[in-house]
Design a protein around this ligand. Structure first.
Ligand SMILES: C[S@@+](CC[C@H](N)C(=O)[O-])C[C@H]1O[C@@H](n2cnc3c(N)ncnc32)[C@H](O)[C@@H]1O
Length: 234
């Protein structure tokens, strides 16, 4: 049983694009971190995902969370207030700057990497190629917006779904791809990744049409989709 319910309550008024499922997945991933490396988030905005990572870490081993973002309004801004309100200011270190600028100086091993910064294909590929090498073997990566954003979708298709470097690939409804980094995966892992990708494609195609037509998914479709992904997407 997940202990995410109080976190869901806490983030419900924080603006952002994370679904509850995605927030819970980040929370659980952070909770599982042992301290072999730190947690890094690229793209924090108002701190919705940072709160999930920070409180997950608090429920686990208290691993430090580094939140990389220009943090334009950090001094008096909502990010700071939201982090303080969640009681995780001691666990979260804001790293002010663009991911491309700060990556060279970041010299700690990473146990969990969450990427939700620039969604331009070139930038996402750069983030992947510069940050993922810092993730320890057995560590986790999570990319947001891998359904409807072409650039992110293309990068994870090449670098995760078709890769020999990841196992336990899963898709969290609505748009997050999660995977565990390994030295070399097996044929079975690759088959699993392809199956998840195919399911994600169907989800992406159906939801794109419905989103265009109706603005967002009708409730019953969303509920069936969620159930389907609980069975298939994990
Ligand atoms: C989609 S928002 C992040 C939302 C946040 N993860 C959440 O769940 O609420 C994207 C954020 O990434 C930041 N950003 C954009 N490009 C970036 C880059 N290259 N490096 C770091 N942050 C970046 C933006 O300033 C913005 O705050």
């Amino acid at each position: 049983m997940s202990d995410f319910a109080p976190v869901r309550e806490l983030i419900k008024d924080v603006p952002g694009w994370l679904s509850d499922e995605e927030g819970e997945a980040l929370y659980e991933l952070a909770k599982r971190c042992t301290g072999e490396g730190v947690i890094v988030e690229i793209g924090s905005w108002k701190g919705k995902s940072t709160i999930c990572l920070g409180l997950g870490s608090r429920a686990g081993s208290g691993v430090q969370v580094f939140a990389v973002d220009p943090h334009a309004d950090h001094r008096h801004g909502e990010f700071k207030q939201n982090i303080e309100r969640a009681g995780i200011a001691d666990l979260v270190t804001p790293v002010k700057g663009m991911s491309q600028e700060v990556v060279g100086e970041f010299d700690q091993p990473i146990e969990l990497l969450f990427v939700d910064g620039s969604h331009e294909e070139e930038d996402v590929r750069h983030d992947f190629d510069t940050w993922v090498p810092k993730v320890v073997d057995g560590g986790a990566v999570a990319f947001h917006d891998t359904t409807w954003h072409t650039g992110v979708r293309r990068v994870v298709a090449q670098r995760i779904y078709a890769s020999r470097q990841f196992r336990d690939v899963r898709f969290v409804i609505g748009s997050t791809t999660v995977a565990r980094k390994v030295f070399e995966n097996t044929a079975r892992d690759r088959l699993h990744a392809r199956r998840v990708q195919a399911t994600k494609r169907v989800f992406g195609a159906v939801t794109s049409v419905l989103k265009k037509k109706r603005g967002w998914l009708p409730g019953p479709v969303e509920r069936v989709g969620r159930r389907m992904f609980n069975l298939v997407g994990r």
